[in-house]
Design a protein around this ligand. Structure first.
Ligand code: FAD
Length: 468
């Protein structure tokens, strides 16, 4: 018998490690609540993970098997589990962060000491780190070159779920799923979409039936919902990347014209961004806290706790920023264009260190993924690989007018402004205090002047570059 150790691969279909294990022998599927990993979690993600585990366990139980749930240090509990059941090996799918790699090395050593075999697989991405490189064999730091190779490289087909008769029933330590409290977390009060393979599959089908064909043109408009919303599923592995890619290839075959085909390709290129950042993290594990691109003199970020708090609370007086920050609190998710706007606002208007933003996102996002979150923040802060140049600073007022022209998105998340005309919302910074009090008495005036802060931010970066 073999053990398949589920981690961020909470599904049975299109799961490389699980499929390989089931090809060889009977399989006992297990998930381990590891307190060291949980120390980096937060209530929204714990709730989502438990939802996904519940769905996966149902899938196994419907086949007279079970998902064995254990708690403890995997390098202790996995060898014990193998000894108890006479399992000869443990299979799992690789993680790419520094922490995941350290943990895996410890587990491998413990299994070897116990005389148990192991095998780990690339599953969460199509092309493993080191497989897409420059001609000199170095990892890419420019996305476009990476993308071209990623796009042209053949992809593996999806893997079927294992046959029920190869699966073993063992509930482990938890006959019922633990609650967040059992794991040391508060209940999440965010309104989050359901987790699990079925939910992911529904979302994928819905997205590929129509929005994917308009993705290139409409994905930047937060109110329209034309993105896939697959990020939490990809983060937790409740759907496999091969299955997602195949669905996009089917859509490509059905696309009626060049525009629709380009749109499908644009979506595929977002999937490739995810893999690009995974490679960046794999080869640079310290980017989690360090700037990827160091400036000669270091960046002299401001410190302003009151402004940071206003940003976190969605009380900056910049409607599109506040709408995004409130969406994050309410739904544990935020639209990509708005993530870019709020990140630019924090780092270029408030001139606060991107690490504050990263920590806050990590606390709230259900799709928080070290590689993507870090990549997104360092892109916005102009410190990352292939980042936004420091002198290209988003104007939150024109971003708002362009991407939320009718202020529908703002009205949804900032009810204080819901009765106002979109034009007045876009001119909020130009109104007098009396006009503002008259129109929306409970909504704050802008906490800073974008034009002034833009100049200050440029000066901050020039000093960092030693140009001052
Ligand atoms: P879609 O547009 O439908 O894209 C499909 C998938 O491609 C996404 O689910 C995601 O897996 C991937 N993807 C899309 N855009 C990017 C991107 N720019 N970088 C990497 N992968 C991408 N994404 C996360 O998955 N987790 C994070 O923690 C995260 N933090 C971010 C922080 C900041 C400051 C920024 C600017 C972006 C961040 N992103 C993150 C990227 C992006 O915002 C989300 O992936 C996207 O909004 C998720 O919505 P979706 O699934 O509808 O995306």
């Amino acid at each position: 018998m073999l053990v398949h150790w589920h981690r961020a691969d909470l599904r049975a279909t299109d799961n490389v490690g699980l499929a390989k294990a089931a090809d060889e022998d009977d399989v006992l599927p297990v998930f381990v609540f590891d307190d060291e990993v949980l120390a980096h979690a937060a209530p929204n993600r714990v709730a989502y993970m438990l939802d996904a585990l519940g769905a996966l366990r149902r899938w196994y139980r419907e086949r007279d098997a079970d998902l064995c749930l254990l708690r403890g240090d995997p390098s202790a509990v996995l060898p014990d589990l193998c000894a108890e059941h006479g399992a000869t090996g443990v299979f799992w799918n690789r993680g790419y962060s520094g922490l995941a790699q350290e943990r895996d090395e410890a587990v491998k050593a413990a299994l070897s000491d116990g005389g148990v075999g192991y095998a780990d697989f690339d599953d969460a991405i199509h092309h493993d780190p080191g497989s897409i490189t420059t001609n000199d064999g170095d990892p890419y730091s420019v996305y476009t070159y990476f993308w071209k190779k990623w796009r042209d490289r053949e992809k593996e087909p999806r893997y079927d779920a294992p046959d029920a008769d190869s699966l073993v029933a063992e509930a482990g330590e938890f006959e019922d799923l633990p609650t967040p409290e059992d794991l040391g977390f508060e209940e999440s009060d965010a309104d989050v979409e359901p987790a699990g393979y079925e939910a992911a599959r529904d979302r994928l089908e819905e997205f590929c039936s129509s929005p994917i064909f308009e993705y290139a043109e409409r994905r930047d408009f937060p109110w329209e919902g034309k993105t896939s919303k697959l990020s939490a599923h990809l983060k937790w592995g409740t759907i496999g990347v091969r299955e997602v890619y195949e669905a996009t290839e089917d859509a490509m075959a059905e696309a009626g014209d060049d525009e629709a085909r380009e749109s499908v390709e644009e979506f595929q290129s977002q999937l490739a961004w995810r893999e690009f950042y995974t490679h960046v993290l794999h080869f640079n594990p310290d980017v989690v806290t360090r700037n990827y691109k160091e400036y000669q003199e270091g960046i002299d970020w401001r410190e302003a706790d009151d402004e940071l708090l206003a940003w976190k609370d969605g009380e900056t007086g910049f409607p599109i920023v506040d709408a995004g920050m409130r969406q994050l609190r309410e739904e544990a998710w935020m639209h990509n264009r708005v993530r870019m706007i709020v990140a630019s606002f924090l780092t270029k208007d408030l001139m606060l260190d991107w690490r504050h933003g990263y920590d806050h996102f990590r606390e709230h996002l259900v799709d928080h993924d070290t590689a993507n979150d870090n990549g997104g923040w360092q892109w916005a802060a102009s410190t990352g690989t292939d980042a936004q140049p420091y002198f290209r600073i988003f104007n939150p007022w024109s971003q708002q007018e362009r991407y939320d022209e009718d202020a529908d998105y703002i009205a949804e998340y900032v009810p204080e402004l819901a009765d106002m005309d979109a034009d007045a919302i876009h001119e909020w910074h130009e109104l007098s205090d009396d006009e503002r009090t008259d129109l929306a008495p409970d909504y704050p005036a802008p906490i800073c002047d974008h034009g002034e802060r833009r100049e200050q931010a440029l000066a901050m970066f020039k000093r960092a570059r030693g140009e001052d």
